[in-house]
Design a protein around this ligand. Structure first.
Ligand SMILES: [Zn+2]
Length: 169
């Protein structure tokens, strides 16, 4: 009979499998399936849009016409989306494998609470979280919270990109 793995081993194995599976080479989202050219559907569509806009702007410029503001703005947003996809991959992806510091867990919990309710709660909870949850369980809770935050970031990608373009960031 196989010995039952402990909860810790289960979490470790689960997250390892998740971090080793094939993911989008840009955003590294652990739930988005790879669609084409090693990218998920969202990253792939962003690239298609960039290519389309660059082509049409190129054609307008070639014919001596003036590119309208809306088209130019769309292209800037598309570039920003691509940049954010890359950045999200760099921010979230390594955390699947690494250890979870209670301070980081507190930050995610506060961020999730803030986005969901608009209020700030759980400030200074790092110690409580550290005491209440052993390291592997912290990691799993962190993974669940990150999944929510990440999906939210994905859903509002265009809005985030437009905001940054308008602010010139
Ligand atoms: Zn992607």
């Amino acid at each position: 009979m196989q010995p039952q793995p402990s909860e810790d081993e289960f979490i470790k194995g689960f997250l390892e499998r998740l971090s080793n599976q094939e993911r989008c080479s840009r955003c590294r989202d652990w739930f988005a399936p790879v669609y084409r050219r090693g990218l998920c559907g969202q990253c792939y569509r962003t690239d298609s849009r960039i290519a389309r806009l660059e082509r049409s702007i190129g054609a307008i410029e070639k014919s001596g016409g003036r590119v309208d503001y809306a088209t130019e703005f769309d292209l800037r947003i598309a570039y920003k989306k691509r940049e954010l996809q890359q950045l999200d991959g760099e921010v979230y992806s390594p955390k699947l494998a690494g250890p979870t510091d209670p301070v980081e867990l507190e930050e995610s919990l506060r961020e999730a609470f803030r986005r969901f309710t608009g209020r700030d709660r759980f400030t200074g909870w790092a110690n409580i979280l550290g005491e209440a949850l052993p390291p592997q369980q912290r990691k799993f809770v962190y993974f669940l919270l990150s999944s929510m935050l990440r999906e939210h970031d994905r859903k509002f990608l265009r809005r985030r990109a437009a905001h940054k373009v308008v602010l010139g960031r």
